[in-house]
Design a protein around this ligand. Structure first.
Ligand SMILES: [Zn+2]
Length: 315
């Protein structure tokens, strides 16, 4: 009885637990969650909408795969060797088809450090030229920072470069699928890659599109370019289904709301601030409460505002 009362009080007073705070959804695996089939033969293991931690093994982005009928295409190497291996173990329970290609969505650690596992399986790895450049320049530094949060879960991981690169587009026909690997333009970071299935109207968007968590604006993220690429390249795909870089699979309306519309909103707030001769110190605190429901809001909102201020000051 006492417990019941306590539970009732707790439920009334505590805020809704953000999914950011769920340490692991798949205790039997290094993966944060078990892959789900989004549309026929297209699967995704949804990552934590949180910063990378030991508890989520760095699985804080989506690791997807397409079972084409004549081999499997994996989208994202994953944050570590053991994470890539865990994804491969899941694939093997679903199909006997071999993995024939891995595509990295960009040059970030959670997209490419698991390349180490796939390279040992002799699977070709495809990335955009700019992502490959990023891996070459910063790979070891990215590996070191992964080791800091992942401890023993970093075991076996090394920097493995992509074996193939593309610039604007690569079309792959495999089994029952036509797979268009696209770089629609500058968006979140160097070499952002989108995987478009025109016949299924599904896009594996990479960091072009965020859902459920606040997007991070990096030093090399130019928000004006991102909005432009969204409007001129991403929106015209008219995708019915979207597997975003982060957050559950959804549709265009939802990722538009939490990606492009957020960027437009934040830029307008900062523009107002600039028009009123506001300085950087106050720019951090422009009102973003409309987006306070998003995971990683606490970590990122003020930092994002500062970055946008620094960019717009010189536009
Ligand atoms: Zn990402």
């Amino acid at each position: 009885m006492r417990n019941l009362i306590f539970a009732a009080v707790f439920a009334c007073t505590s805020p809704v637990l953000a999914s950011e705070d769920i340490a692991d959804q798949y205790p039997g695996s290094v993966l944060y969650s078990k892959p789900v089939e989004v549309i026929p033969h297209v699967w995704s293991a949804i990552g934590a909408t949180a910063p990378p931690t030991y508890e989520n093994s760095g699985h804080n982005n989506n690791l997807s795969f397409i079972v084409t009928g004549d081999g499997v295409v994996v989208v994202n190497g994953g944050a570590a060797y053991l994470l890539a291996k865990a994804l491969h173990d899941e694939i093997k329970t679903i199909t006997d088809q071999p993995v024939k290609l891995v595509i990295d969505e960009n040059g970030q650690g959670h997209a490419m450090l698991g390349n180490s596992y796939w390279s040992e399986q002799n699977v070709p790895i495809l990335a955009h030229v700019d992502a490959a450049h990023e891996i070459e320049e910063r790979g070891n530094q990215i590996l070191d920072s992964m080791k800091r949060y992942n401890g023993d879960k970093a075991e076996g991981t090394f920097v493995a470069a992509p074996t193939e690169t593309f610039e604007d587009k690569r079309t792959i026909k495999m089994g029952d699928f036509t797979i268009e690997v696209l770089h629609l333009g500058p968006a979140h970071g160097p070499g952002d890659t989108q995987v478009w299935l025109p016949e299924q109207s599904l896009v594996i968007a990479g960091d072009m599109a965020f859902h459920e968590r606040m997007l991070p604006i990096f030093e090399d993220t130019y928000t004006a370019d991102w909005i432009e690429t969204w409007n001129s390249g991403f929106e015209p795909l008219q995708a019915t289904y979207v597997i975003p870089g982060h957050g559950h699979p959804t549709n265009m309306a939802q990722v538009r709301r939490y990606t492009r519309d957020y960027l437009v909103y934040l830029r307008a707030k900062i523009q107002d601030h600039l028009d009123n001769d506001g300085d950087l110190a106050d720019a951090y605190y422009v009102d973003q409460s409309l987006y306070a429901n998003l995971d990683t809001f606490e970590e990122l909102a003020t930092r994002n505002a500062g970055r946008v201020y620094e960019q717009m000051e010189f536009e």
